[in-house]
Each structure stands twice: as C-alpha cells, then as structure tokens.
Design a protein around this ligand. Structure first.
Ligand SMILES: NC(=O)c1ccc[n+]([C@@H]2O[C@H](COP(=O)([O-])OP(=O)(O)OC[C@H]3O[C@@H](n4cnc5c(N)ncnc54)[C@H](OP(=O)(O)O)[C@@H]3O)[C@@H](O)[C@H]2O)c1
Length: 286
C-alpha cells in the first residue's frame, strides 16, 4: 500500500481542526456516491461535505462505515459536515431535521453542522443557530457554522446568540474571488470555505489558468485548487471520477508565485467573472 499524505488543517474558532481540502458530494447519487466517497477516503481525503438536500447522506454514511470496517480510516480521523435545508429552519424543526440527518448518516455525531442558506425573509437564523448550539452541547455536533451568509446575517447570528460560527461556506472560485466577504469572515474569526471551488468547470479552459497550469506542469483544476489553498480557503471539490478525485487531492507539492496568484484573482474582471449559484440576499425566491 502506498504512503498516504494528509492535507493541512485549519484551526477553527472553537479549537477544532478541519482538513483544508475536503470532498464535496453535491449531485452524487446512489452507488456512484458510495464509490466516489470510498475512493476519496482511499486517496487520503479526510473531510466530506454533504447536505440534507443532496439526498445522499445515507450513501455517505455507508461509504464511511465501509472504509472504517476495511481499516482504511477511523471515525476520529474523519471530518463530516452536513447542512440544514431552508424549509427546516426554526428551533424545533431544525432539531428534528438534524436528528434525521444523523440517522441517515448512521453516525453518533457530525463534525460540523451548517445552516445552508440564511433565508433573510424567514428571520429564523438566530433561533436555528441557538438550537444547533444546544445540540453541540449534547455532543451530537462538534462545530457549528453557516453557509451563504453575508455581513448582516453573520452579525445578526453573532449578536443574537453570542456565538460566532466556525466557518462560512460560500460560493468562491476564480472569477468570483469574494475578497470583501473573505475579509468580513476574517475580521470575525470565521474561516472561509469555498463551494464550487473550480467553478463547476467554468474557467478550466481560460487562457490564464491554462498558461499557469502548463508552466507548473499541472492541470487547470489543480492550479485553481492551489490558488484557494494559498488564499487560506477551505475547499471541497466534487468529482464522480476516480482519476479527477485523485488529481484534485494532489496539490500539496507545488507553489504559485505572487504574480500567478494575482493573475488568477484578476479573473474577477474577465469573461469567466461572476456567480454561478443564487444570490443569498434574495434566495430562495418566494
Ligand atoms: N453551501 C452551498 O450552498 C453549496 C452549493 C454548491 C456546492 N456546495 C458544496 O461544494 C461542493 C463543490 O461544489 P460543486 O460540486 O458545485 O462544484 P466544483 O467542485 O467546483 O466542480 C465540480 C464539477 O467539476 C468537475 N470536475 C471536478 N474535478 C475536475 C477536474 N480535475 N478536471 C475537470 N473537471 C473536474 C466535476 O465533474 P465530474 O464529477 O464529472 O468529474 C463537476 O462537474 C459540492 O459538491 C457541495 O459539497 C455547497
């Protein structure tokens, strides 16, 4: 068996450590999901990102149990995140939704539980986050955080509960580098986690990315992911393909210079600029 390397970790504001590189499972279904997560663990990923809305918590749990049974990993070595969907916000409803997620995953605890979207029009983020803090107190959740939050909603939760989320998982990729929101997170002691870190493939053919990839003898996806690591972002690239899952993990032995970093960040002004997903200020539309 080949020696496995582990990604660097980020220390969260509650003292827990999260592997900076994780595996995202959005859109992975059924056996394809089990096989992909199993392969990711085999390659060395120790952080898995799912959500109730992805409909694959059960398959993620199966893959984890399988990997543990095979002796590839222990539960303690893994960092498992899941998320509360929008229609389950509120104190009692979110507690029920969490228990359902835990049961689908077949785990005793999750490492991180996130409010998936702030849903500002509902006005339920504070009571939801308080309920998550209670579950954390019972030991069912190690760390609590949020996703798709912006300054106002972060401050509402922090002032309303007295607790600062450990991380904010936001859309972030070359072409949408979110300098302002990364700074908002940093000022509050919140780690930034990037979803769609390779922009769902948008930008893989961009000439700037391709040139840098050629110069480093790497693939465009590896260059994008390396850019994130050097910015300090936690990342969770998704792939259904074993070769790509391995490729996306193989980013710890090269370095981008300042000029490369600036060129990638300046893609915010290029043809690949902009959001892919919904705007958290207005999502979900009602
Ligand atoms: N919090 C949120 O609201 C939110 C929203 C979206 C996503 N997420 C999380 O973030 C994770 C990642 O985001 P994402 O899945 O939207 O996008 P992504 O990871 O940026 O990109 C995934 C896409 O890129 C392709 N791909 C992956 N590796 C590649 C490589 N090395 N070369 C070429 N193509 C490659 C994949 O295709 P194949 O699968 O065919 O390889 C897939 O189409 C999700 O899985 C989910 O866990 C969270």
């Amino acid at each position: 068996m080949t020696e496995k390397t582990f990604p660097t970790t980020v220390t969260l504001n509650d003292g827990n450590e999260i592997p900076q590189l994780g595996f995202g499972v959005y859109k992975l279904k059924d056996d394809e999901c089990v096989t992909a997560v199993r392969h990711a663990i085999e390659v060395g990923y120790r952080h898995i990102d799912t959500a109730a809305i992805y409909g694959n918590e059960e398959q993620v749990g199966n893959a984890i149990r399988d990997a543990i049974a095979a002796g590839d990993v222990t539960r303690e070595e893994l960092f498992v995140t899941t998320k509360l969907w929008n229609d389950r916000q509120g104190a009692e409803e979110s507690t029920r939704a969490f228990q359902e997620s835990l049961s689908r995953l077949g785990l005793d605890y999750v490492d991180c539980y996130l409010i998936h979207w702030p849903c500002p029009r509902k006005g339920l983020a504070v009571e939801t986050f308080s309920a998550m803090a209670k579950l954390q107190g019972f030991g069912s959740i190690r760390s609590i955080g949020v996703s798709n939050f912006y300054a106002e909603t972060l401050d509402e939760v922090i002032s309303g509960t007295g607790i600062t989320p450990v991380l904010n998982q936001i859309e972030l990729h070359p072409g949408f580098s979110q300098a302002e929101l990364r700074e908002v997170n940093r000022e509050r002691g919140i780690a930034t986690e990037a979803w769609s870190p390779i922009g769902r493939g948008r930008g893989l053919d961009d000439p700037v990315i391709r040139r840098i990839a050629e110069e480093h003898d790497r693939t465009p996806a590896q260059v994008m992911l390396r850019w994130h690591l050097q910015l300090g972002n936690i990342i969770i690239p998704k792939s259904a393909h074993p070769k790509r899952i391995s490729e996306n993990f193989d980013i710890f032995d090269f370095h981008l210079g300042d000029r490369d970093m600036e060129c990638i960040t300046s893609l915010d002004d290029s043809t690949i600029a902009g959001r892919i997903g919904p705007n958290p200020l207005t999502f979900p539309e009602e």
